[in-house]
Design a protein around this ligand. Structure first.
Ligand code: NAP
Length: 444
């Protein structure tokens, strides 16, 4: 049997495990995750009100319950206290790193670290009940928020900021986040792009959702649309449809609603301004299209008041000790998924997902990406099989200080979340801290 470790149980890890066992009956796979819970960004990134996308967990579950796949949660690979990459390599014929892009890109402007300025990923982690997320009082005293960036994460956090409790209560959002959002006095969210509407990265379905939120008006400045030189007929379909939606909104008279989302374009953030020791506004420079899809500064500035700033300018991969890393792209150098070290391919080490190709694409993009990596790995398999392995890697993991949470442990967490929901008069409610998760897991 070819024994493979997949590190990370998000979509890329699950699709990698699935393709491995489907393509070769002689492969068994351990899927390791540092959390006791599987599914990566499907559990800890997809917004709670996107229940259809979250239902994808059903098909990922089938992969992790396959007879030749084993889930081992609570196992950290690399980093302080984690299992060294070199040790993991000794326990398996091959290791596939599917560790995603764990941090956020920085703006690199003054004031970025002011209290009240957060990366969108911090906010997402909080409302998704990630056990490492802190309850940072994101919404306390906030009337106006600025979301910097116009990708799908920006749309998610903008929508979550104005969603009402009635719409969130049926979801699995943790109770503390639900209570905080329900009590929030937020009236305005400005979602701001540095380039024009035709260069926005969000997709049309996600954009349209903003216009369907109860009690919330969406405004678009017609001047921003007029400034965009793009010929709509020459644009790809998504951008063309985005512009149609934005034009409709720009043409509507403002509605008298409790909350408002303002979509702004051609504004480049240059500084976060303090007010009373925390963020009070964002200073933007007005930009103008350069005719090539980029923008140039105009030297004119505009301050947008905000007691909360969410920087939603993309994710970034994090280096793993013992693996090569390209800091510019935030990825592990590879050819068709095989890790390349100092220009030399390393059979036995592979990557898939965002750590392989960067943080772009939707969940489904991970399928062909995983397939490519598995094709590479299986081509190496005859040589990899020549190496003798120790008996069961779990014994070695325990000896190295890890205490793997098996699938039954995860199932116990699921039962605990259902029981918590029942106690609160809701459906399933996520457990949001390490203690609660591990206590539930160990009860199995
Ligand atoms: P993204 O799509 O790359 O968008 C990043 C945004 O940040 C862009 O508008 C970008 O503008 C802007 N930006 C970057 N650097 C900036 C700077 N220094 N100053 C101002 N703006 C800056 O990233 P994302 O929204 O994090 O999404 C990551 C991936 O996950 C995407 O593929 C996305 O589609 C996917 N996702 C999908 C869903 C869904 O399907 N529902 C939900 C969430 C995420 P420029 O274009 O000018 O660089």
């Amino acid at each position: 049997m070819l024994r493979v470790a997949v590190v990370g149980s998000g979509p890329s890890g699950c699709y990698t495990a699935q393709t491995l066992v489907q393509r070769d009956p002689g492969v068994c796979v351990d899927v390791l995750d540092r959390l006791p819970c599987p599914y990566g960004l499907v559990r800890y990134g997809v917004a709670p009100d996107h229940e259809k996308i979250k239902s994808l967990q059903g098909s990922l579950r089938a992969v992790l319950e396959h007879e030749r796949v084993r889930f081992l949660g609570g196992v950290r690979v690399g980093g302080p206290g984690g299992l060294p990459v070199e040790r993991l390599r000794e326990l398996y014929h091959a290791v596939v790193y599917c560790v995603g892009a764990a941090t956020d890109r920085r703006l690199g402007i003054p004031g970025e670290e002011l209290p009240g300025s957060w990366s969108a990923t911090d906010f997402v982690a909080w409302y998704s009940a990630h056990p490492d997320a802190a309850d940072a009082g994101f919404l306390r005293g906030v009337r106006s928020a600025v979301v910097i960036g116009v990708g799908n994460v920006a749309v998610d956090v903008t929508r979550m900021l104005v969603r009402g409790a009635a719409e969130l209560r049926p979801t699995d959002i943790p109770q503390a986040a639900l209570d905080a959002l329900a009590a929030s006095g937020i009236a305005e969210v400005h979602m701001v792009g540095r380039r024009g509407p035709a260069q926005a990265r969000f997709t049309t379905k996600e954009l349209r959702e903003l216009g369907a939120l109860p009690g919330t008006d969406v405004t678009v400045d017609p001047a921003d649309l007029a400034l965009d030189p793009a010929d709509p007929t020459a644009l790809p379909a998504v951008q063309r449809r985005n512009l149609e939606v934005l034009r409709d909104w720009a043409a509507r008279p403002p509605a008298d609603t409790a909350r408002r989302i303002g979509l702004r374009f051609f504004l480049r953030p240059v500084e976060l301004l303090a007010d009373g020791g925390r963020v009070g506004a964002v200073r933007f420079e007005r930009t103008a299209p350069d005719g090539y899809g980029g923008v140039t500064g105009t030297g004119r500035f505009e301050d947008v008041p905000a007691q909360l700033v969410l920087r939603s300018v993309g994710y970034r991969g994090v280096p793993l000790d013992g693996l090569p890393f390209d800091a510019a792209s935030g990825t592990v150098p590879n050819t068709a998924g095989r890790v390349v070290r100092d220009g030399v391919p390393c059979p036995a080490e592979y990557v898939a997902g965002w750590i392989k190709r960067g943080p772009t694409g939707v969940i489904g993009t991970n399928r062909p990406c995983a397939k490519e990596t598995v094709t590479t790995l299986l081509a190496d398999a005859p040589a990899l099989l020549a190496r003798q392995l120790p008996e069961d890697p779990v014994t070695a993991l325990r000896a190295a200080g890890a205490e793997p949470v098996p699938w039954a442990g995860w199932q116990a967490i699921e039962r605990a979340e259902a029981a918590l929901g029942a106690r609160l008069g809701r459906s399933v409610v996520k457990l949001a801290d390490w203690d609660a998760l591990l206590t539930a897991a160990r009860s199995a």
